[in-house]
Design a protein around this ligand. Structure first.
Ligand code: PEP
Length: 254
């Protein structure tokens, strides 16, 4: 049985001071709660240490939004898996559409990053999703399948234990547009069936498929109620402790 995962992608928001305020507020809202939902927050690199400290005696985990695939060296501006682990970070988001679009994260680069992060013991939230024109052309399933294939071809069955997939239709990210629950369920089921062609059903039981794209308290319930939606990757709404904790409340209920 898969437990629900609610992950917050802060993007380039929340320096250490802001992170401290937001996370203290979140912590207060989650006090004395015995959560069955797994919760992760992914602030910018500079706030990771602060997040780990503030959340130290809670069940909320901390993740990064990217990582390099080399251990060290002449890679100006980059951060390695070991560095992330040293801060106490347990998760990393990889393949986000904003990185694919703006920072040269090709399928090949993403595959290297996912493999490295898993090898070094991080939990990976691997993002896939089609653009609007791809959906309109009816190519959305093929686009997502190709993105997934590029990565899973590089993984072993054992790696699956550290893999979460986030389906994020690009047209729904930060736009206020959300996939309908039916569109989300259809794609999540498609992804799960595609994975079954690669790996044994038993291992796949644990692979969570999150939905991401303008999820907020007002639409979280209908999305999280879908059979193959195992949680959410939340951007904008994760920057508000009230909204984020409301989504966690909904996840606890469904
Ligand atoms: C995201 O960036 O992963 C995301 C889902 O953003 P938003 O919730 O703001 O659409």
């Amino acid at each position: 049985m898969r437990s629900i995962l609610i992950a917050g992608n802060w993007k380039m928001n929340g320096g250490p001071k802001e992170a401290e305020t937001l996370l203290k507020e979140l912590k207060e809202k989650l006090t004395n709660r015995n959560l069955t939902t797994d919760v992760v927050v992914c602030p910018p690199y500079v706030s990771l240490q602060k997040a780990v400290t503030v959340l130290s005696n809670t069940s909320v985990k901390v993740g990064a939004q990217n990582v390099h695939f080399e251990d060290n060296g002449a890679f100006t501006g980059e951060v390695s898996t070991r560095m992330l682990k040293e801060t106490g970070c347990e998760y990393v988001i990889l393949g986000h559409s904003e990185r694919r679009e703006n920072f040269g994260d090709t399928d090949d680069v993403i595959a290297k990053k996912v493999r490295k992060a898993i090898a070094d013991g991080l939990q990976v939230i691997f993002c896939v999703g089609e653009k609007l024109e791809e959906r309109k052309a009816g190519n959305h399933q093929k686009v997502v399948m190709d993105q997934i294939r590029a990565v899973i071809d590089q993984l072993t069955e054992e790696d699956v234990a550290q893999l979460t997939i986030a389906y994020e239709p690009v047209w729904a990210i930060g736009t206020g547009e959300t996939a309908t629950p039916e569109q989300a369920q259809e794609m999540h089921l498609f992804i799960r069936n595609f994975l079954k062609e690669h790996w044994s059903t038993q291992r796949l039981e644990g692979v969570r498929i999150l939905y991401g794209g303008s999820m907020k308290p007002g639409n979280a319930e209908e999305l999280l109620r879908q059979t193959d939606v195992d949680g959410g990757l939340i951007g904008g709404a994760s920057l508000d402790a009230g909204s984020f904790s409301s989504i966690i409340d909904i996840a606890e209920k469904v």
